[in-house]
Design a binder for this molecule. Structure first.
Ligand code: FAD
Length: 440
């Protein structure tokens, strides 16, 4: 077990140092998992002066299966945390989304908005996640790497979670860590949530995607590329794919399927990826010889597919709470945004004098999430149902690709990029999201 000391001297008036530190096994808040959701939650909590203990089973830098694509929405969250996103610091910028489908190719720059920057980024999760975890440490969070949380500790009297048990790497037994509230930021499987009885909802969308890296001349593409239909010779394969240039000689190439597709449960995803790539131009180099890493896959929990987000002292954030955008499979921005929403809720809750008041504030977290995403995710769930039908998907692709203005609207809708008082298309997306029911 290693406790990383933030790489600078702390001053007495900085967050986390204003009072005597509790012993290592106690904290105001325990955050389980230091992916984008956990690191962002910890960052904002520590910035507000709370004592935050982050328990992470792996050690940074570590891999995470991902497409590595960041839209302007994600860029905004990084900038807000003071992360330098310059090209000198290794970030690869993109100007927009190129969509390929129905035999056509459409390049759409990211929309010009006051609320979001006009560019996206690409960065490996090896780098991105470590950067975020170190930002949390710099803000004062205590990060323990190599510590696997094994279960909740519950109050016998109330059934509330009062801490967790965990196994630090290299140690024989388990340790117990306690806190006033516990955050589940442990990703899609969220064993901590499951141990508290919170399972994935069958009525909410779930994606499965695989990805691999290939050495390719396309590595410095300045557009994210999205394929709406995947061809295997003259046969249409289920799902859709992406090619994101990493700027380091390789591209991240992958494809995904939704649980609304008939092929979802009975598909060999690795073989599907290989078959799709066989049809690509040879000069792109998406061959087995050029693959630099194993093909790996994981699930994308979408549209609030685990609820409630607050239950007996446990708060769910990011993938643990199923917060991936059902329209486009983007999860990093939502993990970080929900982390900030959660941190602000906890800070207010723990500042209340009486336990009942604290409880009332914490209980408002699901509502805050639903205010932020509820209507939009309801639209997303309908979208996912529709595109699960191959005939409808083909019709929409053919129709959409012939109407660039419609596709520009679709880009705003699918990437959730609008201004509150923007142009007509912004107002339409915002209006639809507002009108859609927003269950928690
Ligand atoms: C193939 C694929 C491609 C994707 N592409 C994109 C993309 O291009 N852009 C995008 O925005 N999103 C993408 N996503 C979604 C994105 O990866 C997730 O939404 C995002 O990682 C969620 O962040 P998180 O912090 O909630 O969870 P995670 O990133 O999964 O982090 C969870 C953390 O918890 C730790 N942990 C788990 N269990 C324990 C335990 N018991 N004890 C201690 N620590 C624990 C893990 O080690 C991990 O560090 C993709 C997903 C997949 C599967």
């Amino acid at each position: 077990m290693t406790e990383h000391v933030p790489p600078r001297t702390r001053l007495s008036n900085e967050p986390g140092t204003a009072r005597t530190r509790p012993p290592a096994e106690e904290a105001d808040v325990i955050v389980v998992g230091a992916g984008p959701a956990g690191a962002t939650t910890a960052f904002y909590l520590a910035q507000s002066g709370l004592d935050v203990l982050v328990l992470e089973k792996s050690r940074f830098p570590r891999e995470k299966v991902c497409g590595d694509g960041l839209t302007p929405r994600a860029v905004k969250t990084l900038v807000a945390m003071g992360v330098s996103v310059s090209e000198q610091d290794g970030w690869v910028r993109n100007q927009g989304l190129r969509v390929i489908g129905a035999g056509k190719r459409l390049e759409m720059p990211w929309p010009e908005l006051s609320s979001y920057p006009g560019y996206g980024l690409v960065r490996t999760r090896l780098d991105l996640d470590e950067t975020l975890a170190r930002r949390a440490q710099q803000a004062g969070a205590r990060l323990l790497e190599g510590v696997t949380v094994t279960g909740p500790v519950l109050s016998e009297r109330t059934g509330r979670i009062t801490g967790v048990t965990a196994r630090p790497a290299g140690e024989e037994g388990e340790r117990t860590y306690s806190a006033r509230v516990v955050v589940a930021a442990d990703g899609n499987s969220s064993r901590l949530s499951v141990a508290m009885g919170l399972r994935k909802r069958d009525d909410r969308p779930l994606g499965v995607a695989v990805r691999a890296y290939y050495q390719t001349p396309r590595h410095d593409d300045d557009y994210l590329e999205s394929w709406l239909d995947l061809w295997d010779g003259d046969r249409l394969l289920p799902g859709y794919g992406w090619i994101f240039g990493m700027g380091d000689g390789t591209s991240n190439v992958g494809l995904g399927l939704l649980n609304t597709s008939a092929a979802f449960g009975n598909t060999d995803y690795h073989a599907l990826l290989r078959r799709w790539l066989k049809g690509m131009p040879a000069e792109w180099g998406f061959t087995e010889e050029n693959r630099t890493q194993p093909i790996r896959g994981a699930a994308l929990p979408m549209g609030f597919n685990r609820t409630p987000h607050y239950f007996k002292g446990l708060l769910l954030v990011g993938d643990a709470g199923g917060m991936v955008n059902p329209f486009n499979g983007e999860g990093i921005a939502y993990a970080m945004e929900s982390g900030e929403i959660l941190a602000r809720t906890i800070v207010q809750a723990l500042a209340r004098a009486r336990r009942a008041e604290t409880e009332r504030v914490l209980a408002g977290y699901p509502h805050a999430l639903s205010q932020a995403y509820g209507g939009y995710y309801t639209l997303g769930r309908t979208f996912v149902k529709l595109i699960g039908k191959p005939g409808l998907m083909r019709f929409a692709t053919r129709h959409g690709m012939s109407h660039p203005a419609l596709m520009r609207f679709a880009l705003k809708l699918l990437a959730n990029l609008t201004d509150p008082h923007g142009d007509a298309s912004d107002r339409l997306v915002n209006g639809l999201s507002r009108l859609a029911p927003n269950p928690e």
